[in-house]
Design a binder for this molecule. Structure first.
Ligand code: B12
Ligand code: SF4
Length: 494
């Protein structure tokens, strides 16, 4: 059996890092981990190929080679996914679709593809394979159960050319005990916190190591610190020994809730194991809006102090912010700007609140008659799929004022400097001079230092780091490149 796994193209969003990737000669930020996992769930004797449209094109002969096309996508990839479906149908090939896009809105795809294999494939794919073996596969497989992660196999990294990606990814846990109203993750993956064993994680890391890849590795957990006892007593010590034996080949990134800042022992252990960056959902500095969306773990704490504690422990904090809550007043825009500037969060993703399918927010707004359409999946796209309480134009204008301010050369530089003053990078990989970094530096001199209108800020930042914190020089270059990407992403917006 010949299987072609296809990952559709992402539009040029904030997280695509499109404008930054060319500096480091990479095609995409992350490989499609869902499809790599699917590959490992399929029979070993089947022939498999993967085409990630973010790194290469899809040829007719590849489609014709396949008996089945396995298509996996998020909502934000829907346009490209539809094009792939149309091409495969034209070439009369069978399509099997799964992943968040199809799980979220199966009714829109049931007539377009041959089989929908929804929810977590560790449960639904074996059911399909069994029926296929009996020549009786159904159109749709879904479940309301959540898999144990002991059943989730090591992703098949052999299917990708690792050199095309800025970072590789793996997953330790799924599910989140919290219940934020807008969150689709818990709608997809539930509240029960499920984890892989330490042996599974070390095997996955070893697999990545064996591909020859060195550098950033992203633990794509929604809340990596959901089981602290397991982390402290088992996983992190094992990862530390593993990394030490291999001279620290990876620099880890993950996502965690803000209460990470309350546990200095955990932060130290994470840093020792090689973690250097953590994404935190801060959402808003306004307690009324935090209470509105049930982001309870962010309430009753000084969020800036918490962020600074994580930074001082040796991990950069990147964060998500949202405007458009019912409780937001016009003062929220300046408050968000002030918070972001003061926190030194360089990568601050500010999005407009949107109601994703199947979330509590979607349900509430539907009941209130406020839903207008399905969301495109990109909350940085100046779109709101419901009727906000604040005047819509005012909200869009206020949103624009945030993103245009925090990424403008002056404010962005101030934030980077504020961060670099407190940050003490402990993972040497982050600052090591590599050939790739040298090339990125040369390109940045040309594009940002000579051609860009914002070149003054580029040189100011580089000279600041050279004279004040020389150990952070390569980070200053990296952030200049990020700043360029963020400005480009928001430049062409309405
Ligand atoms: C890591 C991650 C990212 C990373 C990397 C993305 C990438 N290229 O891999 C980054 C930070 C770049 C990212 C960005 C975004 N993300 Co994201 N991301 C995640 C996260 C945390 C993990 C995804 C993952 O790798 N999971 C591990 C794998 C194994 O799981 P999986 O892909 O879901 O696959 C399983 C099933 O879905 C299924 N499956 C998957 N594919 C297929 C295919 C077939 C054929 C079958 C049968 C089954 C199947 O089986 C797999 C095993 O169970 C998820 C949340 C989550 N926990 O899932 C959000 C999530 C996928 N992201 C989401 C969103 C909205 C975004 C953004 C649009 C946010 C934004 N505002 O810009 C951007 C868009 C990306 C872009 N480039 O423009 C949403 C998607 C919701 C939706 N309905 O589409 C999620 C679910 C989070 C949420 N808010 O609810 N993201
Ligand atoms: S903490 Fe994060 S993953 Fe958990 S419910 Fe809230 S937004 Fe979702």
């Amino acid at each position: 059996m010949n299987i072609l796994l296809v990952g559709p193209k992402y539009p040029d969003t904030y997280w695509s890092f499109k404008y930054a990737l060319k500096f480091v000669s990479k095609k995409a930020s992350n490989p499609p981990l869902g499809l790599l996992t699917i590959s490992s769930l399929l029979p070993g004797e089947w022939n498999k190929k993967l085409v990630d449209l973010n790194v290469s094109s899809l040829k007719d002969k590849e489609i014709l080679w396949a008996d089945y096309i396995f298509l996996g996508a998020m909502t934000v990839q829907q346009e490209s996914a539809k094009q792939v479906i149309a091409r495969c149908r034209q070439l009369e090939r069978k399509i099997i679709a799964g992943g968040p896009l199809f799980t979220g809105e199966p009714e829109n795809y049931i007539d377009l593809v041959d089989h929908l294999i929804l929810n977590e494939a560790e449960i639904t794919l074996p059911l399909f394979l069994e029926d296929l073996a009996n020549n009786n596969p159904r159109r749709r497989y879904s479940t309301n159960q959540y898999t144990e992660l002991s059943l989730s196999p090591t992703p098949d990294y052999s299917l990708i050319n690792v050199s095309k990606y800025a970072q590789l990814n793996l997953q330790f846990s799924r599910g989140c005990p919290y219940d934020c109203e807008f969150c689709e993750i818990t709608a997809l993956l539930g509240h029960r916190f499920r984890i892989k064993s330490t042996e599974q994680i070390l095997a996955e890391l070893e697999n990545i190591y064996q591909t020859g890849f060195r550098g950033n590795v992203f633990f794509v957990d929604d809340n990596f610190i959901g089981n602290r006892k397991k982390l402290k007593n088992d996983l992190l010590p094992a990862m530390t020994s593993w990394a030490k034996e291999r001279s620290y080949p990876f620099y880890y990134i993950t996502e965690a809730s803000i209460n990470l800042a309350d546990d200095s022992e955990l932060m130290d252990q994470m840093v020792q194991a090689g973690f250097g960056k953590v994404f935190v959902g801060i959402e808003t500095p306004d307690p009324a809006s935090l209470a509105e969306c049930d982001k309870t773990n962010n309430l009753n704490r000084d969020l800036i102090t918490c962020v600074n504690r994580i930074q001082k422990a040796g991990m950069e904090v990147t964060a998500g912010f949202i405007v458009g809550f019912d409780n937001d007043t016009p003062g929220i825009f300046q408050r968000q700007i002030d918070f972001i500037q003061e926190s030194g969060i360089v990568t601050a993703m500010v999005g407009l609140l949107n109601a994703m399918n199947n979330t509590r927010l979607y349900k509430r707004l539907s009941e209130e008659g406020r839903i207008l359409e399905r969301t495109s999946g990109d909350n940085t796209g100046y779109a709101i799929n419901f009727i906000p309480k604040m005047d819509r134009e005012l909200l869009l204008k206020g949103y624009d004022s945030i993103v245009q301010t925090i990424y403008s050369g002056k404010e962005f530089n101030e934030r980077v400097i504020r961060f670099l003053k407190v940050y003490n990078p402990k993972n040497k990989l982050q600052t090591k001079l590599t050939f790739g970094r040298l090339m990125a530096f040369i390109r940045s001199v040309l594009i940002l230092g000579i051609l860009s209108e914002e070149r003054i800020w580029y040189w100011k930042l580089l000279f600041w780091s050279l004279f004040n914190r020389p150990s952070t020089f390569s980070l200053a270059i990296t952030y200049s490149i990020y700043g360029y990407h963020f400005r480009r992403v928001f430049r062409n917006k309405p």
